[in-house]
Ligand binder design. Structure first.
Ligand SMILES: [Zn+2]
Length: 184
């Protein structure tokens, strides 16, 4: 057991949600510089975890979304801009197979071990995996969860206007007690 002050969760900041594959989302460019700075300004005792999709070819998620981030492919790798800051911060990588970061991962075990004073959640997609992990964190242990709004993004698609879904995700997170700030 080791109490830490701040844990940063990077959600799906991997190439399959940015620049290669079926779920390319250039809106991620809006948040990358902010997240790079966040990692560069980390205190040495803080920790960062990358939770990234790493699917088997027959995962049930592919009944809903086109195939993406298959294990062993470039799509599962951290995006180029974050690679060096993540290594410098000695980040921990946790592969995941669903939109729920707790599903089949050791995230809960790590949280119990590190007992963070606050958890900062950043990444994509604001209304899917970011929202899901923030809700779960609040439900499990009433962690102090902070989401800086200019560090999360979602995608534009028919019936899925990004701006609106970003705002909805933020409002829902506020409702369950997540602290929303502009920047951090
Ligand atoms: Zn996925």
């Amino acid at each position: 057991m080791r109490d830490i002050r701040t844990l940063i969760l990077l959600i799906d900041m991997i190439r399959g949600f940015y620049d290669i594959g079926n779920l390319v989302n250039k809106r991620m460019a809006n948040i990358i510089p902010n997240i790079v700075k966040l990692l560069e300004n980390m205190e040495t005792e803080d920790e960062v975890i990358l939770l990234g999709d790493c699917h088997d070819t027959d995962d049930r998620e592919f009944q809903i979304f086109p195939p993406h981030c298959i294990k062993g492919t470039e799509e599962t790798k951290i995006i180029d801009e974050l690679s060096v800051p993540f290594i410098k911060a000695r980040g921990t990588y946790i592969p995941k197979k669903t939109i729920n970061s707790f599903d089949g991962t050791n995230l809960e075990e790590i949280l119990l071990k590190w007992n963070p004073e606050q958890i900062i959640v950043v990444g994509v997609c604001a209304d899917i995996c970011v929202l899901n992990v923030a809700m779960n964190l609040m439900a499990k242990k009433s962690y102090k969860v902070i989401v800086p709004r200019y560090y999360i993004e979602t995608y534009d698609a028919p019936n899925h206007p990004a701006e609106k879904f970003n705002e909805m995700a933020i409002e829902i997170m506020k409702t369950v007690g997540v602290k929303i700030v502009d920047r951090i």
